[in-house]
Ligand binder design. Structure first.
Ligand code: ADP
Ligand code: MG
Length: 317
C-alpha cells in the first residue's frame, strides 16, 4: 500500500502553471494579480450526504471541483487555484486514479491549478477550497438586487434532481432523458463564462445549488426585495416524466449549478445576446418588487398565484 506521501505525489501533485509554489512544501505560494480581489470558497462533499456510496470516482473528482467553481462563477470570478482536503477510507489506487483524472479534467477545463491540500484516512469526505480573482469592486453579490429588476436563470434547472430521482428509483425516465439528467447530476458544468460576462450587467447573482426557489430566497433576503416568479416563462418541463415531479425538481431540486441573477430591464437585450454568444439558454422568469418582506410569489400563465410549500408547491394551474 502506498504511503501518504507516495499517494499525494502520485495522484495529486501535477505541475502548476499559475502558482509560485504548488504542492510539496508546507504551504503553497500564490501571487494575486494587481487590482484584483481574491474570491475564496470551500465546499465539502460527504459520502451518504452529498453523493451516494459507490458514485463513479471520475465523476466525483469532477464534481468536487465543479461545485466550488460554481460558487466562484456566481461571484463573477475567474477560477485560479484549488486545495483539496481528502479523508479516504483506504489508499485504493483503482479508485484514486480515476478520481484524480476527473478532478484534473475539471481543473484543466477551467484553468485551475491544484496547489495543495491534506490527505488523511477516514470516512470518504472531500473538502475543496477554490480561489479565484475578480477585478476589485466588480464581484456579483447577493445583496445588490433592486426592485424592478428582471430575474433570470440559465440552462435547465431540475435535471440534476431528476437524475437523483432516477438513481433512487423514484422515477423511470426515458433513456435519452435519463442520460441528460445523470450527466447534469454527476458532471455539472459550472457557469464560469456566464458569471464573468455578467460582471457589470447583473445586479445580483447566486448559483442554484439548493433549489431555485430556496436560492432565490437568499437574494431576496440579502437585497431586501420581493419577487414574482412566472412559472410559464421557465424552460418547458422535459417530456416523458411526471410533470408534478418535474416541476418540483425544477423549482426545489438541488445540485443544478445554474446561475440565477437579476438585471435591470434596460439590459434585457444584452442578456439575450449573451445567451446567444454562450449558446446557453437564459430564461427571464420573474421580476423583483419593492418590499422588504422577502415574499416570493409564484404566478401561473394567467397571473394566478400558486401555493408554495417550503420545498415545493402543490398546485400547477
Ligand atoms: P503538512 O503536514 O506540512 O501539512 P502534508 O504532509 O499534509 O503537509 O502535505 C504535504 C504536501 O502535499 C503539502 O504541500 C500539501 O499541500 C500537499 N497535499 C497533501 N494532500 C494533498 C491533496 N489531496 N491534494 C493536493 N495536495 C496535497
Ligand atoms: Mg497536513
Amino acid at each position: 500500500m502506498p504511503s501518504e506521501f507516495e499517494l499525494i505525489s502520485r495522484f495529486f501533485s501535477r505541475p502548476t502553471r499559475q502558482a509560485v509554489l504548488g504542492p510539496g512544501d508546507d504551504c503553497a505560494l500564490l501571487a494575486p494579480s494587481a487590482g484584483m480581489h481574491l474570491v475564496i470558497t470551500t465546499d465539502m462533499l460527504v459520502e451518504g450526504t452529498h453523493f451516494l456510496p459507490g458514485t463513479d470516482p471520475w465523476q466525483l473528482g469532477w464534481k468536487v471541483l465543479a461545485v466550488s467553481l460554481s460558487d466562484l462563477a456566481a461571484m463573477g470570478a475567474e477560477p485560479r487555484w484549488a486545495l483539496l482536503a481528502a479523508s479516504l477510507p483506504e489508499a485504493c489506487e483503482a479508485w484514486l486514479a480515476p478520481f484524480a483524472e476527473g478532478l484534473f479534467s475539471c481543473a484543466g477545463r477551467y484553468g485551475v491549478d491544484l496547489v495543495g491540500g491534506d490527505t488523511t484516512r477516514g470516512p470518504l469526505n472531500l473538502s475543496l477550497t477554490a480561489l479565484g480573482e475578480v477585478p476589485a469592486g466588480t464581484a456579483l453579490r447577493r445583496d445588490r438586487a433592486l426592485p424592478g429588476d428582471d430575474l433570470w436563470v440559465s440552462g435547465q434547472p431540475g435535471l440534476a434532481a431528476l437524475g437523483l430521482a432516477q438513481l433512487q428509483g423514484r422515477t423511470k425516465l426515458p433513456a435519452a432523458l435519463a442520460e441528460r439528467c445523470l450527466a447534469a447530476l454527476q458532471q455539472p458544468l459550472p457557469r464560469v463564462e456566464l458569471g464573468r460576462l455578467l460582471r457589470g450587467l447583473a445586479s445580483a447573482a447566486i448559483d442554484v445549488s439548493d433549489g431555485l426557489l430556496a436560492d432565490l430566497g437568499h437574494i431576496l433576503e440579502r437585497s431586501a426585495v420581493a419577487a414574482e416568479v412566472f412559472v410559464a416563462q421557465l424552460p418547458a418541463l422535459p417530456a416523458g416524466v411526471d410533470p408534478v415531479l418535474a416541476r418540483q425538481c425544477q423549482l426545489a431540486g438541488g445540485d443544478d449549478y445554474e446561475l440565477l441573477f437579476s438585471a435591470c430591464p434596460e439590459t434585457r437585450n444584452e442578456v439575450v445576446e449573451l445567451g446567444k454568444q454562450l449558446d446557453l439558454p437564459l430564461w427571464r422568469c420573474g421580476r423583483l418588487t419593492a418590499s422588504d418582506s422577502h415574499r416570493l410569489a409564484l404566478l401561473d400563465a394567467n397571473g394566478r398565484e400558486l401555493t408554495i410549500n417550503r420545498k415545493g408547491f402543490d398546485h400547477f394551474g
